[in-house]
Design a protein around this ligand. Structure first.
Ligand code: PMP
Length: 406
């Protein structure tokens, strides 16, 4: 069964107090807390075997290389990719998007081509595509969302055409919490011969992923949002596509032979991993994935759905609240405004009560523009959060209203 008390003890930060009050950490969409298994693994590596990978002949180097490559296999099995060659370690989702944006545009993007990006993307899955379009004389187009925060997939057939080279879309919006219907989106895009880049930063930690069945062409996520360390992330690409793409960054570890006349690049996946890799982060990320599998991903999902019901029911009763993103299929993300209250004021008052939420434009200015607003308050919860933390948020909002409006 789901022993919450015990689970929370695995995450030391959750027991902290801020301003003398119990912490209610409701900023999980920004980053998740780490279980001891992850923290201990990093410490163990630095204490027992730290050594640079892939090039050493000595015992410790070989140990770290083995750990790094088993982490790659661990990620492969977690996302059910066909081959470990399709798993590239990066520093995070942003780096993964940039890698594909630059490499893909070098190979395929010509003046007049188009890239289609959804309106609800995080800047990380928008700006890189926009900038390469500017560089190449291509055009970035927008797939809009409706008032509930659902993508207008009814417009996809119209927006995709023979000039479209790629579609970039998130699995889950970091503002609206909408779980996008990727099955349908991918099918339509592929019918037009357009590859799909999926930003899984807000999705991978909530749902089982099967990259073979889902047929995404590229998929990216960050370790720190799935209970792993910061500074490590993943880029998945179909092997055939990755083989065709040129390297993005050059340097050690991504070459097979170098002379002043020419350089031959290493095979996948190392072709895309220039320089010393984050072998510690990758290994600790593997621990995070093991942790989730041990808890049981279906149990995690069920627990998060229960919290969703509880939280959205409670939030909807807060006087003067407007919730942005009311799709049926949502993760634990509630972005909202309180009538007459500036989000920054709400954030500050909640903080003093020990409640950690995010406020501002949430790295998604086009979403703010869509609604004609300057910012939002975002509370985001995951399986380790409690009903009492949600209650604390509701009480906190009551206090915010009283302090600002009375
Ligand atoms: N995409 C989405 C949907 C996100 O929520 C985030 C992080 N807020 C990113 C991309 C960027 O992730 P990172 O900063 O870890 O690269």
């Amino acid at each position: 069964m789901f022993d919450l008390e015990k689970i929370r003890q695995d995450f030391p930060v959750l027991g902290e107090r801020v301003y003398g009050r119990k912490l209610a950490y409701l900023d999980n969409a920004a980053t998740t807390q780490k279980p001891l298994a992850v923290i201990d693994k990093e410490r163990e590596i630095y204490e027992k075997c730290n050594s640079n990978i892939h090039r050493g002949v000595h015992k410790l180097s070989n140990l770290c290389t083995e750990m790094y490559e088993s982490a790659r296999e661990r990620v492969r099995s977690f996302v059910k990719a066909k081959s470990a060659s399709e798993i590239i370690f990066t520093s995070g989702t942003t780096a993964s998007v940039n890698l594909v944006a630059y490499s893909f545009s070098e190979k395929y993007l010509k003046p007049g081509d188009e890239i289609l990006v959804s309106e609800s993307e995080h800047h990380s899955n928008l700006v890189p595509w926009q900038q390469i379009c500017f560089r190449k004389g291509a055009k970035i187009r927008m797939l809009p969302f409706d008032e509930e925060g659902c993508l207008r997939i009814d417009l996809l057939d119209e927006l995709l055409n023979e000039r479209t080279k790629l579609l970039a879309v998130a699995q889950v919006s970091n503002v609206l919490g909408t779980v996008n219907p990727l099955d349908t989106i991918v099918k339509i895009a592929h019918r037009h011969g357009v590859p799909v880049f999926v930003d899984g930063a807000q999705g991978v930690q909530h749902a089982d992923i099967d990259l073979v069945a889902s047929d995404f062409d590229f998929y990216a996520f960050s370790g720190h949002k799935i209970y792993g360390p910061t500074g490590i992330g993943v880029l998945y690409g179909k092997e055939r596509l990755l083989e065709e793409l040129p390297p993005w960054q050059y340097g050690g570890d991504m070459v097979s032979s170098v002379s002043f006349a020419e350089t031959r690049f290493a095979e996948l996946p190392l072709k895309f991993e220039a320089g010393t890799a984050n072998y510690v982060g990758a290994t600790a990320l593997g621990e995070a994935l093991d942790y989730l599998d041990k808890l049981g991903r279906d149990k995690i999902h069920a627990r998060e759905m229960e919290l969703n019901d509880y939280a959205f029911t409670a939030l909807s009763k807060v006087p003067g609240i407007r919730i942005f993103g009311t799709a049926k299929d949502k993760t634990g993300i509630a972005s909202f405004l309180l009538d007459g209250v500036h989000p920054a004021d709400a954030g500050e008052i909640l903080d003093k009560m020990g409640i950690a939420v995010r406020v501002g434009q949430l790295c998604a200015e086009p979403v703010m523009r869509h609604y004609g607003i300057n910012g939002l308050v975002r509370a985001s919860w995951v399986f380790y959060n409690t009903y009492s933390e949600i209650d604390a948020l509701i009480e906190g909002l009551d206090k915010v209203r009283k302090m600002v409006l009375d």
